[in-house]
Design a protein around this ligand. Structure first.
Ligand code: FES
Length: 127
């Protein structure tokens, strides 16, 4: 690796640290229509690949203990495997009963082939 490349990587790492991003996984780890469960710092995330766009939500369903990464992805909706409630993975909004409370979601940043989020970000649509 050249000194120039090392400097660029170092600058990227410093910028990432400055804005609080953490890596969840590689882009190649999340295949279309197959959510991935990732645990970072004891927080479980569900990561989705929807036509090449990546989304991250909390893994646990807001209705109960269902793991959304084990659910069924239908377009932009994830169906919980416990009681078949649904959410829009792009907004976190609950779209089918018995779910009424939105999921917490994070903006996914793709950096050097890795999917990164700011764990401190809070985005959830009100029901
Ligand atoms: Fe997910 Fe009930 S636990 S719908």
């Amino acid at each position: 690796m050249s000194e120039l490349e090392e400097d660029a990587l170092s600058a990227t790492a410093q910028a990432d640290a400055r804005i609080g991003l953490v890596a969840l996984c590689d882009t190649a780890d999340v295949t279309p229509d197959m959510p991935l469960r990732v645990v970072v710092a004891e927080v479980a995330y569900a990561v989705f690949n929807l036509d090449g766009h990546f989304y991250a939500t909390q893994d646990q369903c807001t209705h109960g203990p269902g793991s959304l990464a084990e659910g069924f992805l239908m377009g932009a909706e994830i169906e919980c495997p416990f009681h078949q409630g649904r959410f829009d993975i792009r907004t976190g909004r609950a779209t089918a009963a018995p779910c009424t409370q939105a999921l917490r979601i994070w903006t996914v940043h793709t950096i050097d082939g890795r999917l990164c989020i700011d764990p401190a970000e809070y985005r959830a649509e009100e029901p």
